[in-house]
Design a protein around this ligand. Structure first.
Ligand SMILES: [Fe+2]
Ligand SMILES: [Fe+2]
Length: 273
């Protein structure tokens, strides 16, 4: 990566971090209205979803390693990885606290779950640093959309505390996605054709980490689908808004073979929604 791009990344990181320090810091012990848990009834479906997301967030050591391996000694991205890791570390922690404090999982059950989850590992899906930036932008936005749906579901079912937990986490995920989108814009300015090729490639091959790492993923996904997380959402609420934020449409993706392949995947995803 050339020096001009590294400097732009550094400036982007400063903007991201300054905003995070000013507007987005939260404390999992004091910013969640835990005392209101006394008023809400147990809800096994919501608990299973919370446990699933807690599990996905637990792969933090693998995600961090992937971050650091790809960014090398690039200041903006390496410092982002450090800050990102701090923010992500609170996500599994606060979901774990919710499951325990709401009485829906015992400490022992949570330790057992932790052991099962962490006995597996996640490896990064792309070797190339720019493709990992594309992956980050898609993955973080998808995660945001999932948490937003969970938040609505929790609130509708009277689980106000869980709704607040999802609000706090979701806000972080959106900020992460926007940071990656900013890096992608800079990549597009520096090498439009190459970046568009990477974008098309990752869109065609993208998989959420949960698909590869979680135990009994199929059973868990069945529970989560009832919360409106499906493949059609990926197209409408992730791919199209992300391309829009980058000032692109799918017609900008390199074609015809690449674009046709992406269109096929998007059609299949909508069809299986
Ligand atoms: Fe997260
Ligand atoms: Fe995130």
């Amino acid at each position: 990566m050339n020096r001009a791009l590294r400097e732009s990344f550094h400036r982007e990181y400063l903007t991201f971090f300054e905003q995070a320090e000013r507007t987005r810091r939260w404390n999992p012990f004091t910013d969640v209205p835990w005392d209101e848990l006394a008023d809400s009834a147990p809800d096994e479906q919501l608990a299973q979803c919370a446990e699933t997301f807690c599990g996905v967030e637990m792969f933090l050591p693998d995600y961090l390693k992937a971050h650091l391996d790809t960014v090398d000694r690039n200041y903006g991205q390496a410092w982002f990885a450090a800050n990102w890791g701090y923010e992500e570390s609170k996500h599994s922690l606060v979901l774990r606290e919710y499951l325990h404090r709401s009485g829906q999982r015992t400490e022992q059950q949570l330790f057992d779950y932790e052991e099962t989850v962490l006995s597996r590992s996640w490896t990064r899906p792309y070797e190339d640093g720019r493709q990992m930036v594309v992956y980050g932008a898609i993955q973080e936005l998808t995660t945001f959309v999932i948490y937003r749906k969970q938040r609505r579901l929790a609130t509708e079912r009277g689980a106000r505390v869980l709704g607040e937990v999802y609000r706090l986490i979701g806000r972080d995920e959106m900020a992460h996605s926007r940071f990656y989108q900013r890096l992608l814009s800079l990549h597009l300015d520096a090498d439009r054709d190459g970046t568009l090729r990477d974008l098309a490639h990752v869109l065609r091959t993208f998989r959420m980490p949960a698909e590869d790492v979680l135990p009994d993923y199929d059973a868990r996904i069945a529970v989560m689908r009832t919360a409106g997380v499906d493949a059609g959402v990926f197209l409408r609420e992730v791919v199209l808004p992300m391309l829009g934020a980058l000032g692109l449409s799918r017609h900008d993706l390199p074609g015809p073979p690449e674009r046709a392949a992406v269109d096929t995947v998007l059609r299949q995803r909508s069809a299986t929604a």
